[in-house]
Design a protein around this ligand. Structure first.
Ligand SMILES: Nc1ncnc2c1ncn2[C@@H]1O[C@H](COP(=O)(O)OP(=O)(O)OP(=O)(O)O)[C@@H](O)[C@H]1O
Ligand SMILES: [Mg+2]
Length: 475
């Protein structure tokens, strides 16, 4: 049924309004400090001095930036002292006010995150994308804007990157030019430098929100309806196995977190992630995080290793941040052998696509399984696929809740319980008017809810006619 819908489902077409260069009001003070908006500005000499001094400071104390025996205070004092000397040796005539300001700014550069600081501090910014030193985009309320903040040079950007990655004990250089790291506040960082990043270093920060979105937030954002939330809540409590499917940045992890919150507090939960992002409120949670290989290429612990290990930890629930490799097979086997109620996410653009991707991932486990056997495993393990999509208007919507019913011949049968009403069209501002509505088909798994004492009002499955009739679509 999903297939009958128009092509709006293609999430990567999300309108990013790049041209809509509404910059951040909040950064103007910083920019006044941070440097050249016009290359010939009167501060040119100062900017050059700043640049040189920052580089020199980094050269002198770079190695000590991550010395655990140094407190942050001591480090700042050290940097100030050293900077004083560097500025002195430059023999430029500065007023004491200028000198102080210079030292403070260089300090923020070398010790902090330079022009990223105001963006990191701004709670409305959810993602920061540094394309290259003089081009930074930010995401606010689901839309992308070019920020007025920028680095003064590639060298300044590199210093900030180095500072971020060395904080977590990683290294970035020509021989290992891409790194994943996390800031102290939990924000997720990816850095990639030349020669891989052709136009200069690039940095992407997914900001961590201290208070994660809850189900009410998502209902408030129109990501899903109250009825869908009720069904998902009941499904989690009934220990169905759920796969959240969606493209990059569509809100899979956020939705996974919301679904995990429905797990009753008396169950033992093991979470497995590449970088911890989930924030479960339950008491009985053990969090596991995979580990990349070290510089010598050793010591890697994969998601798959952790999934296998988790089975020996007496879990009631296994929550896997994302399946993207051979662990899929272990997950399916666990789901089929008594570890029901597991939840995970997968990168795919439709429920059908999620199944195809899962097949491919299972093959990555390296067991020579016939396709038919893989499909049987999948169809008996997964109960529900929740598809989340970032629409063209920038909003993130659950576009379908789909039941995995079983097999018909060699094909896994899917049945949408809810599907997005694209036919409702868009309003004057280009926002989609519709939301996912009940297809009128009551999922089979609901039959078990009664036995478990879980109630779902029958009314939520009542067929909701679409605003307009779409050709080829049947209720
Ligand atoms: N329903 C939503 N409405 C609005 N914003 C959302 C919603 N869900 C998530 N976001 C925001 O979108 C960004 C991406 O969310 P999230 O990390 O959950 O996506 P993801 O699909 O897991 O991304 P990735 O593919 O990188 O793992 C975050 O900044 C988050 O705050
Ligand atoms: Mg994610």
């Amino acid at each position: 049924m999903t297939n009958a819908l128009p092509s709006e489902a293609a999430e990567d077409k999300a309108d990013v309004s790049l041209a809509d260069n509404r910059a951040d009001e909040h950064t103007s003070t910083w920019n006044a400090l941070a440097g050249p908006v016009e290359p010939d500005g009167p501060t040119d000499a100062l900017v050059e001095l700043k640049e040189r001094a920052a580089e020199e400071l980094f050269r002198r104390i770079g190695a000590r930036l991550n010395d655990p025996s140094l407190t942050e205070e001591r480090l700042h004092a050290l940097a100030r002292e050293e900077l004083g000397r560097i500025v002195e040796s430059e023999q430029v005539a500065l007023t004491s006010g200028e000198r102080n300001r210079l030292i403070t700014e260089i300090g923020a550069d070398v010790l902090g995150f330079g022009p990223l600081e105001p963006l990191l501090d701004d709670a409305a910014v959810t993602e920061i994308m540094v394309n290259r030193f003089n081009q930074i985009f930010v995401e606010r309320a689901g839309r992308l804007y070019e920020s007025r903040s920028r680095f003064t040079s590639e060298a300044q950007l590199r210093r900030v990157i180095e500072r971020i990655v060395s904080r977590v004990g990683r290294r970035i250089d020509e021989s290992s030019p891409l790194v994943d790291a996390r800031l102290a506040d939990g924000s997720r960082v990816n850095a990639i430098i030349p020669p891989l990043a052709v136009d200069g270093s690039s940095l992407t920060i997914r900001k961590f929100s201290r208070t994660p979105f809850g189900v009410d937030d998502l209902v408030g954002f129109d990501t899903l309806t109250r009825e869908m939330a009720t069904l998902l809540d009941a499904s989690v409590r009934a220990k169905l196995n759920i796969l959240v499917s969606g493209g990059t940045g569509t809100g899979k992890t956020t939705l996974l977190n919301v679904l995990s919150a429905f797990i009753p507090g008396d169950e033992r939960i093991i979470t497995i992630e590449d970088a911890v992002e989930l924030q479960l409120q339950q008491e009985h949670v053990v969090r596991l995080e995979s580990r990349p290989a070290n510089i010598e290429g050793r010591g890697e612990i994969t998601i798959r290793d952790l999934v296998r290990n988790s089975l020996r930890m007496r879990p009631d629930r296994i929550v896997i941040g994302e399946v993207r490799g051979g662990e899929s097979l272990d997950m399916l086997q666990a789901m089929n052998t008594g570890h029901e109620g597991s939840i995970s996410t997968i990168h795919a653009n439709s429920p059908r696509d999620a199944l195809a991707r899962l097949e491919t991932l299972v093959l990555m486990a390296g067991m020579d399984l016939p396709l038919r056997a893989i499909r049987e495993q999948i169809s008996s393990a997964i109960d529900i696929i929740v598809q989340i999509t970032r629409l063209r208007d920038g909003t993130r919507r659950v576009t379908s809740i789909t039941e995995v019913q079983g097999m018909e011949g060699d094909v896994i049968t899917l049945q949408d319980a809810f599907a997005f009403d694209y036919a409702a069209g868009v309003d004057e501002e280009g926002r989609f008017r519709g939301h996912a509505v009940s297809t009128g088909v009551r999922p089979r798994f609901v039959d078990h809810f009664n036995d478990l004492g879980i109630e779902v009002p029958a009314s939520i499955f009542r067929y909701q006619p679409r605003d307009r009739v779409v050709l080829g679509e049947v209720g």
